[in-house]
Design a protein around this ligand. Structure first.
Ligand SMILES: [Zn+2]
Length: 70
């Protein structure tokens, strides 16, 4: 398995939530607006860590962190 880098937005966005992104996502903001979560193997793993750090107001980005991708 290959790990990906995951980031969470520092500011809450329009949905009043932090968004979890995977590196390479076209919707990801510039890096100075992101907090690095870690180098991880699955979006769910990244989400777990993100919620420990930011609370329950973290949502997975629709474009890069869908858990059912092939
Ligand atoms: Zn994304």
């Amino acid at each position: 398995m290959q790990a990906d880098y995951y980031y969470v937005t520092q500011q809450r966005e329009q949905l009043d939530c932090h968004l979890l992104h995977r590196q390479g996502c076209p919707k990801m903001p510039v890096k100075d607006k992101l907090v690095f979560i870690g180098s991880l193997y699955a979006p769910l793993q990244a989400m777990t860590i993100a919620r420990v750090r930011f609370g329950q107001q973290v949502k997975a980005c629709y474009f890069c962190c869908q858990t059912h991708k092939g």
